[in-house]
Design a protein around this ligand. Structure first.
Ligand code: FAD
Ligand code: MG
Ligand code: MG
Ligand code: MG
Ligand code: MG
Length: 550
């Protein structure tokens, strides 16, 4: 008999085994993908090896182009222009892919099974439970907004993560204007209702504040002329600056622009409690209360309960995200991969492996490394430990040999020979360049593409491994490790101004920068056709206002 692909629980015995797979399909390796966001969808789009039987499970039967989500809150874009139905994507594939609209609530790594339930409207009381077997599991379920367990946040604030959130914000903004327009309100009450507070000065909070400001100034004040004096937008940020992950020139530009626009930016402001009409804010020594009409909470991401539970199960303890190796394999598991916002890569430190690297390089076992011995392993070191290249760049050094020479001082010219201690001290600062990858669409998309590419070449790479030399084990790894390629970081600032920070520290702020911004994502084979085609102007010349720092 064929493998039971999907079995419903006893609740619906008449369904029995639901499987349209033939005998041949049942021999295929079963891949289960959880999530249809940036990571999951890019995995599916890139997967083309027909030797898999794929099941995609996600409570959302569409992909959302999140960088444009803030535009939905102010009606600049309609929801349908920034989504893509999963079934459209799946339909076009030669690979056997089934989609189930359901949410996974438990992962059983030991028995290679995931447990899911459908939450389709109408099924709410009698929730269908589904259990699905896998050979390979791809966890790409993203991360929820982080409330930091601050009282009242979950109950009283809006988030901006999902399409429903954006639509709800849009309705609430209009509701506030309608409510403020009703007769018999005191001035204070009207001001409260039209006080929009945004918590979090990262890209999402900044873009939303800017968009809301434009929306109010360009559209709403014409529709509600009587209440326009009462409108106020406040942006609260806990650290000293907004957009603090950006170049300081961008931060300064944004802060000045917001000041001119009349957006009240309060830095060093910690929210300690949110009730239904007031926010309690700690600023410096004291606390103050701030009456509000609507709060949008955009302070970064937390952890889904299912991930917290799973990390406990596999001995990863209490972390924000699932730990994987550089091949995106979940540490401590077999056949499980995790990518995107729910995962973090455990990058290897050079210092952890220093002895093994030295021994491997010291071919003649002399106890010292010559330049020649060293040169033979340089490529593998650079590939296995990308922080090395970063370090050399920051120190304005060209090669690892330069680094060794530098550590030996001026005495050595031409040839250099180092012992273990000297080797250690030369490389001792290299790991300081390691940084976790940011939780962004760019990272998630590239990881999805990378992993599918590994799956596509699985058999071939069994025979001809291609990864770098691994210093802890003998031989080569099957695949190259995942390497992120940063294409730039963007922050729309309202008034059609977008700040861009491009690789190589180029900073650009201007009207046409947004074209650059779209193209970074559009080039990634993501079809958000409607949104991008909406504006029919050709991308203009890019207006570089600020040159790179030298
Ligand atoms: P997601 O895209 O969040 O997808 C997760 C998927 O898993 C969803 O389909 C969800 O329905 C599903 N899921 C959830 N729970 C379960 C479950 N239990 N079982 C099965 N499926 C589940 N990044 C950039 O690089 N540039 C930007 O300009 C940018 N702008 C952004 C603007 C906004 C408003 C937001 C919210 C994010 C923005 N990001 C941006 C970040 C980017 O969207 C995320 O980093 C990216 O979505 C992460 O991809 P992911 O696949 O890990 O998760
Ligand atoms: Mg995903
Ligand atoms: Mg997404
Ligand atoms: Mg991640
Ligand atoms: Mg030697």
């Amino acid at each position: 008999s064929g493998g039971c692909v999907l079995a419903f629980s006893e609740a619906k015995p008449e369904n029995g085994v639901l499987s349209d797979s033939s005998e041949a399909d049942s021999k295929k390796k079963k891949v289960v993908v959880l999530g249809t966001g940036w990571a999951g969808i890019n995995f599916l789009k890139t997967l083309k090896n027909p030797s898999y039987d794929v099941q995609v499970i996600s409570p959302r039967n569409y992909f959302v182009f999140t960088p444009l989500l803030p535009s939905v809150t102010c009606g600049t874009l309609e929801p349908r222009s920034i989504v893509e139905p999963v079934r459209n994507i799946v339909r076009k594939k030669n690979v056997n892919i089934h989609y189930w609209e359901a949410e996974c609530f438990k992962i059983d790594a030991e028995n290679k099974k995931v447990y899911c339930r459908s939450n389709i409207a109408g099924n709410l009381n009698e929730k269908e439970e589904i259990d699905v077997d896998y050979d390979y599991l791809v966890i790409a379920i993203g991360a929820p907004a982080n409330t930091f367990n601050i009282p009242g946040v979950a109950e009283n604030c809006h988030f901006l993560k999902e399409m429903e959130d954006a639509q709800k914000i849009r309705r609430t903004v209009i509701d506030c204007f309608e409510r403020a327009s009703l007769p018999n309100l005191s001035d204070d009450e009207r001001k409260r209702i039209l006080h929009f507070v945004v918590v979090g000065g990262g890209p999402t909070g900044v873009e939303f504040s800017a968009g809301l400001h434009d929306y109010v100034k360009e559209d709403l004040v014409r529709l509600y002329p009587k209440v326009k004096e009462a409108v106020k937008i406040t942006l609260l940020e806990a650290t000293d600056h907004i957009l603090n992950m950006f170049d300081k020139r961008i931060t300064a530009f944004a802060e000045e622009k917001f000041q001119r626009d009349g957006i009240d930016v309060k830095t060093g402001a910690m929210v300690v409690k949110v009730s239904d009409k007031e926010i309690l804010v700690k600023n410096g020594g004291g606390t103050s209360t701030m009456p509000y009409g609507m709060v949008v909470w955009a302070t970064g991401i937390g952890t889904r309960p299912i991930i917290t539970e799973f990390m406990k199960q596999i001995g990863q303890g209490n972390r924000r995200a699932l730990l994987t190796d550089e091949w995106l394999r979940v540490e401590g598991c077999d056949g499980i991969y995790a990518l995107g916002d729910c995962a973090t890569i455990n990058q290897r430190r050079v210092m952890e492996d220093i002895l093994a690297i030295f021994r491997k390089a010291d071919k003649d076992k002399s106890g010292t490394l010559t330049v020649k011995e060293f040169q033979e392993v340089i490529d593998d070191i650079r590939e296995r430990y990308p922080q090395v290249a970063l370090y050399l760049k920051n120190k304005h050094m060209r090669t690892l040999v330069d680094l060794l020479k530098d550590s030996k001082g001026d005495a050595v010219k031409g040839s250099v020979e180092v012992n273990l201690e000297e080797f250690k001290s030369a490389l001792s600062q290299v790991d300081s360049q390691m940084k976790n990858l940011p939780p962004t669409a760019q990272v998630a998309a590239q990881q999805g593409t990378y992993l599918a590419d590994c799956f596509n070449r699985m058999e071939k790479c069994e025979r001809n491994p291609e990864g770098p030399l691994r210093f802890r084990c003998e031989g080569r790894h099957r695949f190259h490790p995942f390497r992120y390629k940063h294409l730039g970081q963007f922050a729309p600032l309202g008034g059609e101004q977008t700040a861009a920070q491009l690789p190589g520290d180029w900073v650009s702020i201007g009207h046409s920068t947004q074209w650059l911004w779209y193209s970074v994502y559009a080039s990634n084979d993501v079809e958000v056709g409607t949104a991008l085609k909406m504006s029919n102007q050709p991308p203009e010349k890019i207006n570089i206002l600020v040159c790179p720092e030298v």
